[in-house]
Design a protein. Sequence first.
Length: 472
Amino acid sequence: MAKLLQSLQTAGLALGLSCALMAAGGCASSKAGMKAPELPARHWLDDAPGIPIENKDKYDRAVPSLYEPGKKFDFEDTVYLTIQQSPSLVNSAVNIEVKRLAQTSAAWKYLPEPHMTLRVTQNITQMNKGRADNGQDYGKTQYEIGFYAPFPNPVATYYEHKAQELMTGVAISTHRKAVAEAIYRIGEAYLRIQARQFSLRAQKSLVPVAHELADYWRQVERVEGSQGAQLSLAQQHEREMQLAVEKATMEETIERTQLKVMAGVDPNQNFTVDASHADDIVKGFDGMRLRWEDKWNDSEDNIILHTQLKLHDFNILLQWAQYVPNMSLGVDMTPPRGQSNPTDGNPDHFVHFTFDFPLIDWGRRYRDVQTARMGKAQAFHALADKRNEFQNKWLQSEQACQLALTNLKLAQSQFKTAQMQYEEARIGFENGLEQLPVVAGRQEAMVQAEINYINQELQYRLAKLKWMYNAG
């Protein structure tokens, strides 16, 4: 998973779309003109609980202009921003701090916890008042101060402390998984935005063609002096092209809004995205050179599940430790047998060291041990199931990439065919052998084939990105 983070963050972002006829500019929301703060204040990073920045200087050098007005966010910038402020990552980051506190608390349980007791006693009946053998303090209010310290079960405390250490490691691995998934979602959004930009540019190129075709039929009908259906159809087709552009624009806006939500930015805020180099996110990745067994051994799931197996081992030993007797140390004025205070003497203070052995627990401790053992068996089978699931996902990712590549090659071939047909019609039109409607139809077919090629290339890149994510 760490390799995925490193490879995604350090990838250079240069455009390489095979059909690239245009370079996508920075994109902004349809609400980009709204007056709103660009991003949360910079001090947010210092004030936010549970999001420690261990090396702030390194972070500032990596993204020196992250909070500057007018900033265009590329893939790496958005990754940094999301890690620091996305609500989807805050919980797992705070959970790390919670587990560290629990680990510290478990370490302090090795020490006994001293208590002080204050006892106030008053004889409310005084049935023996006036007897000669009563002491001088008979009937008076008595105050006793005592101390006691229950000792924790040393065996149970040891295994609990070890378990808390492992749980902290699980929390860290879980947070890394959440970060890797966030990076995957961001990469997916950038690839989609880039494809939407290309498709929108191609779709816009059809609007003047449809307008020119409508003018052509208008002139034809003016010359012929008749009102036919061709002009109405051409005008309707022109309107369809305009609506297609509006649809493509809205689809791009939706993708940008979803990216804002993932990054923890208010949807109404200005957030300019530079997706022109998004295709470099998956550049250089070749899953065919990797072995799923090696990637499984390094995966966060494998680390977490093996850690959970160790946790179950500690849980079994922790249950066995419940057989250890409880111990406590106390200081008070309660005399043991044969050491009662004389009537007119001074009261003594006594130290009591107590062992508390359970005689009959009706099998409760044994059942707890057996339950812990069954929990380990479940964890062992969960590890095997997760390994099989990882293998299946790997195979599915490989097959999805191969299918997407085949579809991409088919779309590329269809695009080239449409280009050749358009060139043939255009040359024929220039030589007076073809009519404008034929050329316009061929051009529209070519653009639609280009859009299909863009979409298939997007699907191929998304399949590679998912394989890259599954590979960790």
